[in-house]
Structure formats: structure tokens, C-alpha cells
Design a protein around this ligand. Structure first.
Ligand SMILES: Cc1cc2nc3c(=O)[nH]c(=O)nc-3n(C[C@H](O)[C@H](O)[C@H](O)COP(=O)(O)OP(=O)(O)OC[C@H]3O[C@@H](n4cnc5c(N)ncnc54)[C@H](O)[C@@H]3O)c2cc1C
Length: 477
């Protein structure tokens, strides 16, 4: 039967692709389904377009704000339309190379366009086709959450989908001003990017701080850096109403300290988190269990309560201590293919997942926070150093930031690292690899680090357990 597959996948994002490719390597057939654009969120409207434009904004910003005395600020002219067009080209070319061509070259993998819905534990309807799968993988990802705010359904607003190509929300012109509701990683990355391009950005957040689940030192350091660039960050502000004042003006009213305060801007970006694409895909018909927020429940082999149905990627939320990030989904998609098709019984290992927020300075974290380590009942020690103590940071005038290291005081094992610094997303891999092998504080100190690098921050933070890190010789000895 033409529409019968060994592995039938709902979705075509990074998770789905990794699973389909591994299925083909195992000599099995696979089908993916997609109701938007092949490749999913990361390549089309997430990681790739955002990182492309964030870097362009950095170049514009740095030329206007040189860090060195002796360099004259220069206003770089730019054309947002052309920047957008090159972004689309990068997305298209990457999608062709890393997604589309892989499917065309592989006769064991098919793609069906349309919204997929489970009819029973082995059958999926997509568009006009009925597909049958021996094993099923749910990899439908997430979509922006739209909070219930009075008036929101009456105004035109943006979500992180503004980075798409060819879809209705694509932002083609640079706004003069923007209010962003939310202060998670997407809000901060895009907020700084727009501010650097010249948009006046106001971030309105209901928590006490930005990034409330991160270490407080991280929130503080990043808040300082962003405010220095002119971003307006308003915290403890509960948005209660929005209204379209004119074609070019949206008013957002928030309650702050018991009083109402109104903010106006040309555009509104709602970045209040994401929710799983699970509500209307037939999971209830088949009896697949989801948690209270709609994320698919899985065991540590990524199997749902229905034995031939599996789930991975963003759609499982924090089940099995997972994190919503592309490499996690891709890694776990492979595990599903091996478990579902080859009986591998491989368990996921989500103990060490390094993560990065691509602001400037970047934020990168791995492992647990101070509070989490204490909460797990361990005796904890943490060392935080300001970036001023890192020779590289001083040499290049990039001293905004911190490095924090959290250890189990009894075993000296490093349990978590948080960094706010240029290239934190690269440096964090040292800590991640070290955590994989349960490295202790002494390992960070003993290892010779390249001088002068940002990675020395890890060594200096570790040394601060024993002595004053301000009194070290040049190479942190
Ligand atoms: C602005 C932004 C920036 C990001 N930056 C990064 C980053 O720098 N690094 C990083 O690691 N992660 C980043 N992410 C997160 C990353 O994009 C996701 O973690 C990743 O895409 C998840 O992959 P997935 O395959 O699980 O789901 P997705 O990529 O979301 O794929 C799921 C696909 O399923 C489709 N679908 C849903 N329901 C159905 C249905 N019923 N029928 C058919 N198709 C369906 C969807 O249209 C979607 O294309 C970013 C996300 C955003 C929004």
C-alpha cells in the first residue's frame, strides 16, 4: 500500500527530520506531514532568521557605538527591506540544503502537506490522504501563546512569527516604536535587535525581573546591559488592556504598583511564551495522555501511554527534564527512530543541556541554578565574578557581564554554570562537557585555559572558592 509507512510523523521540524533520516538509515520508510512550511519553526521563523538579523543589528550598533577611544562613531545606513530579503535567501538556501534536498534525495521519506490528525493509533488523515503508520511520532512543536488581555483581539499585533517568510505576520518595515509584552528569551533577543536597528522598544513584564527562571545575577547583568542601550524595561507590570488608537498607534495599559499606566507604540509584539500544538490533532480520540498544559506525556524512552505512539521535541515541554531547543528535538528524534523501529530501548539523557540567549552580551547556562541545587537538598556553594576580572573582557572593553558557578559543597562537583558575556554560547560548551563527566571545581582550576579568552571566566569563578579572584596573576594563577 502506497500510503503505509514504518514511521509516520506529525510535523516536519528538526525533530521530525532527525527521526525520518534515522528511519531511512535503518532501512525503514517514513512520512512527515506539514501544515505550514517544511522544516518547522527553527529554520523558517525561529533560530535561523533571528540569528541572521541579530548579527546585522550588532554590526549597525557597534559602528555607531565603538567600544574603543580613537574609533569615531559612524552611522551605518541600512535598508531593512534588503536585510529582510537576504534573510529570506539564507533561510531558503539552508532549508534547501538541510531539509528539502535530504527528502528529495531519499526515496524512503515522503512529505505530505496539510494538517495531520490521528484517526486511530495507526491512521492519520492529512489533506485528502489517509496514511497508515506502524509507529507514529508526534513532533508538532509549539506556537505562540496569546494571553487573555482585554482588547487584544481588536488590535493587530505581532508574535515571534514576524520572522516568517511569505506568511501573513512577516514584518517587512522597521517600526519606529514597539511594545513587547513578555521578557523571556524571544522578547529579549528581538527587543534588543529592534532597538539596535533604531526602533524605540519598551518591554513590559509582569514578573519582578526579566528571565525570572534564571539566576538573579543573570537577570541583573542583562537588564543593566539592555538599559544601557536604551531599552525601556518595565517589570511588575500586569497588562490589563490594549487598544488601537490609530492606524499607527497601539496603547497598552498596565497595572504597576496598584496604578494604571499607559504606553503607546507603533507596533505591539506579544511574546508571552509558547504552547503545544496538541489540542486538535486527535490525541484525545486515540487516548494519548497530555499534561495540564497540553504537552504530550512520555516515558524516558519517549513513548506515550499508547505503545506505538511516540513524542519528542518542543511538544513534550519539560517532560523528562527536556528543554525546548532545536538540538534537543533533533537528538531525541533519533532516539525515537531507534526505539520505535529497532527496539533499542534507549533512554533520553537531559541532565546536561547547554542553552543560549543570543542577546549581546549573550546569556548561556547549563545545569542547575543555585536555588535548584539547594532545593534538591544539597549543600551548595556558588561563586559569581564580574566580567571585569576576566583579562579578555578588560582588553576588549567588554566588561558587562558575570560568570556564576554552582557546586555541591560536599563533593565539589559543579552542578551549574551561568554566563553573561560575549560568546557565552561558545564558552558554555566547556562547562557542558565538564558536567557530562561530573567534573569538580578543581578540574576547572587545573585546566590550562587559553589566555586571554572569555573561557578563563570559568577558571576564575572556580578559584574564587579559595581566594580573592581580584588578586590573581595574569593567567588566573
Ligand atoms: C524566534 C525563535 C527563536 C528561536 N531560536 C532558537 C535558537 O537560537 N536555538 C534553538 O535551539 N532553538 C531556538 N528556537 C526554538 C526552536 O525553534 C524549537 O525548539 C524547534 O524548532 C523545535 O523543533 P520541533 O521539531 O520540535 O518543532 P517545530 O520546529 O515547531 O516543528 C513542528 C512542525 O509541525 C507542524 N505542525 C503542527 N501541527 C501540525 C499538524 N497537525 N499537521 C501538520 N503539521 C503540523 C508545525 O507547522 C511545525 O512546522 C527558537 C524559536 C523561536 C520562535
Amino acid at each position: 500500500m502506497e500510503n503505509k509507512f514504518d514511521l509516520l510523523i506529525l510535523g516536519s521540524g528538526s525533530t521530525a527530520f532527525a527521526a525520518a533520516l534515522r528511519a531511512a538509515e535503518l532501512g525503514k520508510t517514513a512520512a512527515m506531514t506539514e501544515m505550514r512550511t517544511l522544516g518547522g519553526t527553527c529554520v523558517n521563523r525561529g533560530c535561523l532568521p533571528s540569528k541572521n538579523l541579530i548579527e546585522a543589528a550588532r554590526i549597525v550598533w557597534e559602528s555607531a557605538h565603538p567600544r574603543y577611544k580613537g574609533l569615531t562613531p559612524a552611522k551605518m545606513n541600512f535598508d531593512f527591506g534588503e536585510l529582510n530579503a537576504q534573510k529570506q535567501e539564507v533561510v531558503r538556501s539552508y532549508r534547501d540544503k538541510k531539509y528539502q534536498s535530504l527528502v528529495y534525495e531519499e526515496d524512503k521519506i515522503k512529505v505530505f502537506e496539510g494538517k495531520a490528525e490521528l484517526l486511530d493509533a495507526h491512521t492519520v488523515r492529512v489533506g485528502g490522504s489517509i496514511l497508515s503508520g506502524d509507529q507514529i511520532l508526534v513532533a508538532t512543536g509549539t506556537r505562540p501563546t496569546i494571553p487573555k488581555i482585554e482588547g487584544l483581539d481588536q488590535v493587530s499585533y505581532l508574535t515571534s512569527d514576524l520572522l516568517t517568510t511569505g506568511e501573513i505576520q512577516e514584518l517587512k518595515e522597521l517600526p519606529e516604536s514597539m511594545i513587547i509584552i513578555g521578557a523571556g528569551y524571544i522578547a529579549l533577543e528581538l527587543g534588543q535587535m529592534f532597538q539596535r536597528f533604531g526602533t524605540r522598544v519598551t518591554i513590559v513584564e509582569r514578573s519582578q525581573v526579566i528571565l525570572p527562571t534564571y539566576e538573579p545575577e543573570v537577570s541583573d547583568a542583562l537588564t543593566f546591559a539592555l538599559r544601557q542601550e536604551g531599552l525601556k524595561i518595565v517589570t511588575e507590570a500586569q497588562v490589563i488592556r490594549v487598544a488601537q488608537k490609530s492606524d499607527n498607534e497601539i496603547e497598552v495599559t498596565a497595572r504597576i504598583g496598584g496604578k494604571e499606566q499607559a504606553f503607546t507604540a507603533q507596533k505591539l509584539l506579544v511574546a508571552t511564551g509558547r504552547e503545544p500544538n496538541t489540542n486538535d490533532i486527535g490525541l484525545d480520540k486515540v487516548g494519548v495522555q497530555v499534561d495540564e498544559r497540553g504537552y504530550v506525556k512520555v516515558n524516558d524512552e519517549l513513548q506515550t501511554n499508547i505503545p506505538n505512539i511516540w513524542a519528542a521535541g518542543d511538544v513534550i515541554g519539560s517532560q523528562t527534564n527536556s528543554q525546548p531547543a532545536t538540538p534537543v528535538g533533533a537528538h531525541d528524534g533519533v532516539i525515537v527512530a531507534k526505539n520505535a523501529l529497532a527496539g533499542a530501548h534507549q533512554k533520553v539523557d537531559h541532565r546536561v543541556i547547554p542553552r543560549t540567549i543570543f542577546t549581546d552580551p549573550q546569556v548561556a547556562v547549563v545545569g542547575q541554578t543555585d536555588e535548584e541545587v539547594v532545593g534538591s537538598g544539597l549543600r551548595c556553594w556558588c561563586g559569581t565574578i564580574p566580567l571585569e576580572l576576566v583579562p579578555r573582557a578588560g582588553a576588549t572593553h567588554q566588561t558587562n557581564g558575570i560568570a556564576k558557578i554552582v557546586i555541591d559543597r560536599d563533593t565539589q562537583e559543579v552542578k551549574g554554570v551561568s554566563l553573561v558575556m560575549p560568546n557565552a554560547g561558545e564558552v558554555i560548551h566547556e562547562a557542558a562537557m565538564a558536567m557530562r563527566f561530573h567534573a569538580k571545581l578543581e578540574d576547572y582550576i587545573d585546566m590550562i585555559h587559553v589566555y586571554p579568552t572569555m573561557a578563563e571566566a570559568l577558571k576564575i569563578a572556580a578559584i574564587s572558592y579559595f581566594k580573592d579572584p581580584a588578586k590573581l596573576s595574569c593567567c588566573a594563577e
